[in-house]
Design a protein around this ligand. Structure first.
Ligand SMILES: [Zn+2]
Length: 191
């Protein structure tokens, strides 16, 4: 939880986005402080969310699914990893426990973390995180997030023309894969 607000610009990552989402969720509780005790698995309160505020329920489900996904991935590689202390620590925790894991495990971890950064932002209504990505097919900028389809659509006309007139669309998972593998090959070129 301890966000050191140093004015550092390097805070737009999955941890920070998850912390914001978590913070928002705690300030807009479903039923009260006990209504979403997903931060403390095992205390027996986790199922006490009530219907009525679907947005919060969706955010709650999303947070829980994200943390569970990272924990399960990590434990596959490191069965003795235990659990992260706070949900926002889950990405640091995962890196710590997989730093000596095989390359494909680490790559998967990085892709998941990057995808989560995008997902957390989109869940918080910030679609601007999608725009800096290039369309994997035509390599141009101009992707637009369509929440109802949960996909990023390429608005480039040439791209659509080369796809029988239909705009291409991409999942956040695909964008994360493209981004992380491109960064990785850049790093490998530099060394
Ligand atoms: Zn395109």
């Amino acid at each position: 939880m301890a966000n050191t607000d140093t004015g550092d610009t390097d805070t737009d990552n999955a941890s920070q986005r998850l912390a914001e989402l978590h913070h928002y969720f705690r300030e807009h509780p479903v039923t009260g402080p006990e209504g979403h005790s997903y931060t403390r698995p095992g205390t027996g309160h986790a199922a006490s969310t009530a219907p009525g505020l679907p947005y919060n329920q969706r955010v709650c489900d999303h947070i829980r699914a994200s943390v569970t996904e990272v924990v399960q991935h990590t434990r596959t590689a490191a069965p003795d990893a235990g659990l992260p202390q706070h949900i926002e620590d889950v990405y640091d925790w995962a890196r710590e426990h997989t730093e000596n894991a095989p390359a494909d495990v680490q790559l998967n971890r990085d892709i998941t973390e990057y995808r989560h950064r995008l997902e957390h932002a989109v869940h918080a209504g910030d679609f601007s995180v999608v725009r800096p990505h290039r369309c994997p097919a035509c390599r141009t900028l101009g992707l637009h997030w369509q929440p109802e389809r949960q996909r990023a659509v390429c608005l480039n006309l040439h791209c659509a023309r080369s796809n029988k007139g239909h705009s291409r669309s991409w999942t956040l998972g695909r964008l994360a894969l493209e981004h992380v593998t491109a960064e990785k090959s850049l790093r490998e070129c530099a060394t």
